[in-house]
Design a protein around this ligand. Sequence first.
Ligand code: NAP
Length: 429
Amino acid sequence: MALPDSNLKSSMPNHLTIGLFGFGVVGEGIYRVLEELPSLNARIKTICIRDPHKPRAAPSALFTTDAAQLLQDPDINLVVELIDDAAAAYRIVTEALRSGRHVVSANKKLIAEHLPELLRLQQQHGGSFLYEAAVCGSIPILRNLEEYYDNDLLHALSGIVNGSTNYILTQQAKGLDYAGALKQAQELGFAESDPSLDVEGWDAANKLALLLAHAWGIVTPPEALLRKGITRLRPHDWAHAREKGWRIALTATATRLADGKVGALVLPRFVDEGHPLYGVRDEYNGLVLESRLADRQFLSGKGAGRYPTASAVVSDISALSYGYRYAYKKLRAGTGGGLSDEFSLDVFVGYGEGTRTGASAFDEVYSTFHSGSGGYITGRITAARLRATAWWQDPDVSVIALPEGFTAPERTRVSRGKVRDLLIAEPVA
Ligand SMILES: NC(=O)c1ccc[n+]([C@@H]2O[C@H](COP(=O)([O-])OP(=O)(O)OC[C@H]3O[C@@H](n4cnc5c(N)ncnc54)[C@H](OP(=O)(O)O)[C@@H]3O)[C@@H](O)[C@H]2O)c1
């Protein structure tokens, strides 16, 4: 795979003249922040939007609906892409990179789906492409994974990477129904324009794909990842969580297996009080990192919203002003090992009346419950077998990782209240 030049310093001029695409939640935030930060040495010259008739809180002379006016302006050396249309964003980002311009984007769908091509365009044309805001909003994770964690030291990462589903699940835990919670998340500007990206787990899978690229140098299409969102959670699942004193969170998890490969999936998960993610509420995101030397680290912060997201975009703009580019060190080293579904996880499988899940796919069944209106099975199953079951895609079946979900057997049963080693998956012998 072609990779961008690894030099950390490019021949970037210090002054950045920005062509901004999008003046919505994040785009307007960037405009306001740059107005207040003249020290950044970056100026917005033109803003491209879709609707010329909307009132804008910025001088009208800045606006255009003609993308070419930005993309062909020789003064503009940085394109900041913050629109909500992935197909148009693809055209904008690729054209800007092809012209050798630097690009900052927050569009995880676009980046995750086209990463190999975007890497090639950086290498061929010399532009630098940064996208810190695409993963976990305000939490500085991509540059940290790229620069701070050496490849063989990082065992695992797991976290809440989607602010809108976390907001929805937090409201549901308080008793609000799913539709009402989703509406609130949309009104607050946390949810994507197409909510299925959030609630079906696609957004988390896109972010997990980017985390895998920077953590271990694994480039994967997001659709290859084992994924389940929050739309199939059932009232019985919430009752089970309440009875146990657990929360439900949508988590993205990746863990290095004993054979050097990485197991990765997006799945709702019961979180108990002793886990760092238990306190990550509303639109906040949280990531637990496990590495050999540093042991466990926990990062949390706002994962969505105008200024939290703008903070990451501004950080990228600032990094570009001193010539930063991702070196993709792990990808370059080629030691990523690839993905594997050959690992075990502990799950709760809930089902409705008339649905049968069957215990035969499980290596071990921990408990079962059945009443007239449905029931559940908890047990240990491999990711590969889970993916192959007939009920994995059944709309009447929920699959939720247990709090010990990804833990090696000897590390599972530690006392409540103690932070657990949740992230070491048991590779299948
Ligand atoms: N909102 C968040 O908290 C958040 C967090 C992390 C990442 N992101 C990412 O940031 C990006 C922007 O999100 P947002 O929430 O700011 O979106 P938004 O509020 O819906 O705003 C989208 C903007 O894009 C403009 N636009 C759409 N299609 C366009 C086109 N073809 N050409 C030019 N402009 C176009 C719209 O123009 P009009 O104003 O004329 O309609 C609008 O100004 C997305 O990729 C999103 O995934 C958002």
